[in-house]
Design a binder for this molecule. Structure first.
Ligand SMILES: [Zn+2]
Length: 489
């Protein structure tokens, strides 16, 4: 069996050339003084989202490649859409920028609303003076530019910054935000590439190239339907993210995600309320999920299927993916182990290949390769013993391991298997004292790598190797319900 433990995978990642995008990000900007870049990445999700819209619309990858003509074309495209009712009252006013004056989404402006008028408003933002000589000019809180916009910006023009006496989501708790006209302009482009679920979803990613990948689909939808993208009718942002991550992962160079980070901003900003959920995807989880399907697609699907309240039938999987919360996703996002989902104790089956299990253990749990190999060796010796047992005894022995909830019960299992070995006349002990001590104590109280982790790994291997035999055993034998007690036998 070939291993794909962390050591090998990471070495391979690290010896690759850094990706083009990382190189370009590490280099100082190449813009020349006479041709300064119109826009920059700022790290703010809403302005970066606007920049993504400009880049995707002009088929470019870097902000410094954008020309004034590109920007004007994008404004033209946006204005045509924004003047329509579906966008204006149905989306912009309803979910993102309530009563927007710039985009004329304020219901009182409906009569005057035309693509030309919206276009003029957007272009006017870009002609406002910036970097004025006055040293007291305000400094934009997002990009650091000095600008001439003295009036604070409210939530009608920039999501979630509050309004008048309601300064919600504004860091210094002041009235409105200090945002320059460039950043304001970019945020007006965000509706083009945001996903419309029950709330609005922006997937903010670094390297920024990755953000383009995550939002390309949204703009494709807008071009096709002339409506905001509904993210294939996904109702939950994390479900959508995991689905996209796997798709993007299939065509991504493995090293691309080494330093990647993704944060979901899932918000609504309207006159009824302003809410935002910020969902951060830990990097090891990001890498694991992106490549899980590549390592073992069927295995990954089995694991995810265990995360719903009930297992979906074949036809239901797509609907479940779109609508329902999944424990596997939730645990991955909150840093909890999903190891129990690699096995299905009900049907005594391993849900994936050992390869995917090993990938998860090394990438996410941080279990070192030696430890994993050690557990696997012990498991194989247990299997070697169990497979010689008569069916009823085999089934009972495995059940003892399955039901071990206390450490002494776990210890008892090894002692019984050792006895089985002696009775069956299998040469060699199951394990020496050192191994025994190691498997019970080395993994200590570490939440991720406790003895329960070891138990799940052992069960995985036992199911993997003995599934058919175990199924046959449980068919043949009416198992008596027995109490699991210390000192049994
Ligand atoms: Zn700015």
């Amino acid at each position: 069996m070939t291993e794909i433990g962390k050591v090998k995978a990471l070495e391979e990642f690290l010896t690759r050339q850094p990706s083009k995008i990382l190189q370009s990000l590490n280099k100082p900007s190449e813009k020349s003084p006479e041709n300064p870049s119109l826009f920059h990445w700022t790290g703010h999700p809403f302005t970066d989202a606007g920049l993504v819209a400009l880049l995707l619309l002009s088929g470019k990858e870097k902000p410094e490649e954008l020309t004034e003509e590109d920007v004007e074309k994008a404004v033209e495209f946006a204005s045509q859409l924004y003047a329509r009712k579906e966008w204006s009252s149905g989306y912009i006013h309803a979910m993102m920028l309530p009563n927007s004056g710039i985009l004329m989404a304020n219901p009182s402006m409906s009569k005057k609303r035309t693509p030309e008028a919206i276009k003029a408003n957007l272009l006017a933002l870009l002609s406002e003076p910036e970097d004025p000589e006055d040293p007291n000019a305000p400094t934009c809180e997002i990009c650091g530019r000095r600008h001439a916009r003295l009036k604070p910006v409210y939530r009608s023009d920039f999501p979630l910054v509050g309004t008048g006496g309601v300064p919600n989501y504004f860091p210094s708790g002041k009235d409105g935000a200090n945002i320059c006209s460039h950043c304001l302009f970019l945020s007006q482009m965000m509706p083009l590439i945001a996903y419309r679920l029950p709330r609005v979803l922006v997937i903010h990613a670094y390297p920024y190239e990755l953000m383009l990948e995550f939002h390309r689909e949204a703009l494709d939808d807008v071009r096709k339907t002339e409506l905001a993208s509904v993210a294939r009718n996904f109702r939950r942002p994390e479900n959508f993210l995991f689905e996209k991550l796997i798709e993007i992962g299939t065509s991504l160079e493995t090293g691309k995600l080494e330093n990647a980070s993704i944060t979901l901003y899932y918000f609504v900003n309207n006159n009824q309320g302003q809410e935002v959920d910020v969902i951060y995807i830990p990097n090891p989880v990001l890498r694991f999920v992106a490549f899980a399907a590549r390592v073992d697609r069927r295995g990954w699907n089995n694991i995810v299927a265990m995360g719903w309240r009930r297992r979906p039938s074949g036809d239901e999987v797509e609907e479940f993916k779109r609508r329902y919360p999944n424990d596997v996703y939730a645990r991955l996002l909150s840093g909890k182990s999903i190891l129990p989902y690699f096995i299905d104790p009900h049907s005594r089956r391993a849900n994936s290949s050992w390869r995917l299990l090993s990938f998860y253990c090394s990438e996410v749990l941080g279990l070192d390769k030696d430890a994993l190999e050690f557990v696997k060796r012990v498991a194989d010796r247990i299997v070697e013993t169990l497979e010689k047992l008569p069916d009823n005894k085999l089934s009972r022995r495995v059940r003892e391991l399955e039901r071990a909830e206390k450490l002494y019960q776990f210890e008892g299992f090894f002692i019984r298997v050792e006895k089985d070995r002696q009775e069956l006349g299998i040469p060699g002990a199951l394990m020496g004292f050192d191994d025994f001590a190691r498997i019970l104590t080395s993994y200590g109280e570490d939440l991720n790598v406790s003895w329960k982790t070891v138990r799940n790994l052992l069960l995985f291997r036992i199911y993997e190797r003995l599934h058919d035999k175990l199924m046959k055993a449980s068919e043949d034998v009416e198992e008596p319900e027995e109490e699991f007690e210390e000192g049994e036998e």
